[in-house]
Design a protein. Structure first.
Length: 246
């Protein structure tokens, strides 16, 4: 059986991404602790290497991702997180003191399905940032929502909207960047289930079409063949967040 170090080296050799397992940070804005070696090994074998294999090395390199940090007790501004993306334009220059990082809380719970989705969610944040900085504000994406909808983080008050059509998850209602990353992650792990949902949700259908346009613009590898493979590999994950009327 390969060790954590051996698998991490293979990831670096293939994708140019370093896997960090011993990082410990305290205080603000980010806090985390190292996960134990056994948990790291299982995660590398069952999640990370499998999910990375979906992509070519060219796509990962184009995302500008430098490091993946496997950890536990991840928090940002005092709030527990399942994942976190830290991207900066200077990080794309290969400077040793500024790295583009994805933190993954591999002991957060939620099962393997959630962990798979969390990786793709954070990776999309990286793609979104470097593809076009406007992607983080994306007025065109916002215009796909029903008139009058305001993302939770854009609201002046702290009132949260009720779950509604047009969103793949409740977390997607927090901010435009989370909405996009959630649509992406669901398409990656449950393409078939997501496509089933859009047949009854015109807003979500428009978002899926737009997401595929954005991805194909980022890389031609996100083509029909790519999505056919994702459809064939779908697992049961996507479900409506809107309660059906009795």
């Amino acid at each position: 059986m390969k060790s954590v170090h051996e698998i991490a080296q293979e990831v670096f050799d293939t994708y140019g991404v370093r896997v960090i397992t011993d990082q410990e940070r305290s205080g603000l804005p980010i806090a985390c602790r190292p996960a134990d070696e056994r948990t790291c090994l299982t995660y590398l074998q069952q999640v990370l290497t499998r999910e990375l294999s979906i992509y070519s090395p060219q796509v990962i390199r184009k995302s500008k991702l430098n490091e993946i940090i496997l950890c536990q007790k991840l928090a940002s501004e005092g709030q527990r997180r399942g994942g976190l993306t830290c991207a900066a334009f200077l990080g794309s220059l290969g400077l040793p003191f500024i790295r583009n990082k994805i933190y993954l809380n591999i002991k957060v719970g939620g099962g393997w399905q959630y962990m798979r989705a969390a990786f793709h969610h954070e990776l999309f944040h990286m793609i979104d940032y470097f593809d076009d900085i406007n992607g983080y504000y994306d007025q065109r994406w916002k215009s796909l929502n029903r008139p009058g909808f305001v993302y939770h983080k854009d609201r002046i008050d702290e009132q949260r909207a009720k779950p509604q059509r047009g969103f793949i998850s409740e977390y997607a209602m927090d901010a435009v960047i989370e909405d996009k990353a959630e649509v992406y992650s669901y398409l990656l792990i449950d393409h078939r289930g997501t496509e089933k949902l859009v047949r009854e949700d015109r807003i979500l259908a428009r978002k899926v079409v737009r997401m595929k346009e954005l991805l194909h613009s980022f890389s031609s590898e996100f083509n029909e063949d790519f999505w056919s493979k994702r459809d064939a590999a779908s697992i049961s994950y996507a479900k409506s967040i809107v309660k059906k009327r009795s």
